[in-house]
Design a protein around this ligand. Structure first.
Ligand code: SF4
Length: 351
């Protein structure tokens, strides 16, 4: 396939052809992915989101990669659900440094009836600030999903993590079918879906391809597809997993870009371990979304000003919020980043 052939949005991907995408020479794959990317996006724009952990640790799920699981002793300080006002203050700061989307994550199996009113207030408040809203709260039932949508939640994040075949090696307390059900409720409610997975958990190429097939063969592609590199945390069962070959990680981004041409592919957890050259290669492969200006749930994230410096060197601009023209937006971000360099505005779940 040439890089300029028109890309179509497909939902019938099969394992053999996806593996063939992965296995082609690296340069051919990147060229193809970049061609697809340019058909649907400005190749020099990257969307930026801020992520806040609104409830940290003591999660009843047993996801083997996760320091927040109550099943593993990682020394993580547990935090109760944050006060609504504190969340709104963090969101206002995120807006000030140029984030267009504010993502709130809670380490729950599912939100409880007791917590839902607070969560809904957070959504309403963040929305009122003019930010896009995103939450990740675990499994949802239909009623909760509809309540979140009615409160103004734009995106719901619920990752599939890996292929259905490998999934049982990583999580035993929640089924793959449960995850797909939550995603279907989110879609029915009219919210946008953020769903992706993690590399480096001991999965095979078939599993990486299998994850992308699950995502791309949904009735509609997730609008946002986070691709994470495992952050190995001492105390979790995956602490000693082998490193992923950096080029294999880039291949994953490129294949995701080709299979889901209109989705934002997000370079997500694990970015701190990547050098600038690798991040540049990730953008070339079609990644066009990052988290910045905060700590990524409980794992580190590169400093926001370092990110902006890299953007500058690469000629990349953040995707603008609608209410700003691009130049004003860019200037506002850069100014705010200088001001917040040494501040501790953001909740640090690892502290
Ligand atoms: S990934 Fe989410 S659901 Fe799994 S243990 Fe961590 S916080 Fe809980």
């Amino acid at each position: 396939m040439s890089a300029t052939a028109a890309s179509v949005t497909r939902h019938d991907w099969r394992l053999a052809e996806v593996k063939a995408l992965f296995e082609q020479p690296f340069n051919d794959l990147i060229f193809q992915a970049q061609g697809v990317h340019r058909q649907h996006f400005d190749a020099n724009r990257v969307q930026v989101s801020t992520l806040l952990s609104i409830k940290t640790g003591a999660c009843p799920e047993d996801c083997k990669y996760c320091p927040q699981s109550g099943h593993y002793n990682t020394g993580l300080d547990k935090e109760k659900l944050m006060e609504v006002q504190k969340v709104l203050e963090a969101a206002a700061e995120a807006k000030a440094i140029g984030s267009t989307r504010f993502c709130m994550g809670a380490a729950w199996k599912h939100p409880s009836a007791k917590d839902m009113p607070y969560v809904l207030k957070m959504v309403e408040g963040v929305k009122a600030l003019g930010l896009e809203t995103c939450m990740t709260l675990g499994k949802l039932d239909q009623e909760q999903t509809q309540a979140l949508a009615a409160a103004g939640l734009d995106y719901y994040n619920h990752n599939l993590d890996t292929s259905p075949e490998f999934y049982g090696n990583i999580i035993t307390t929640r089924t793959y079918a449960d995850r797909l059900e939550t995603l279907s409720y989110v879609r029915e409610s009219g919210m946008k879906i953020c769903s992706g997975g993690i590399l480096g958990m001991g999965e095979s190429l078939n599993d990486r391809a299998g994850l992308l097939i699950q995502l791309a063969n949904l009735p509609e592609h997730p609008e946002s597809v986070p691709i994470n590199m495992l952050v190995k945390v001492k105390g979790t069962p995956l602490a000693d997993e082998q490193d992923v070959d950096p080029f294999d990680f880039i291949r994953m981004l490129a294949v995701a870009r080709i299979m889901m041409p209109k989705s934002h592919v997000r370079l997500s957890a694990g970015r701190e371990q990547m050098n600038e050259q690798m991040q540049a290669l990730a953008f070339l492969a079609g990644a066009n979304s990052i988290f910045y200006g905060e700590k990524l749930l409980t794992t580190g994230n590169p400093q926001a000003d370092k990110d902006m410096l890299l953007f500058k060197r690469l000629g990349i601009q953040p995707e603008a919020r609608e209410e700003h023209d691009d130049e004003v937006h860019q200037a506002a971000i850069e100014q705010a980043l200088v001001e917040q360099r040494d501040s501790k505005l953001f909740y640090d779940a690892t502290a």
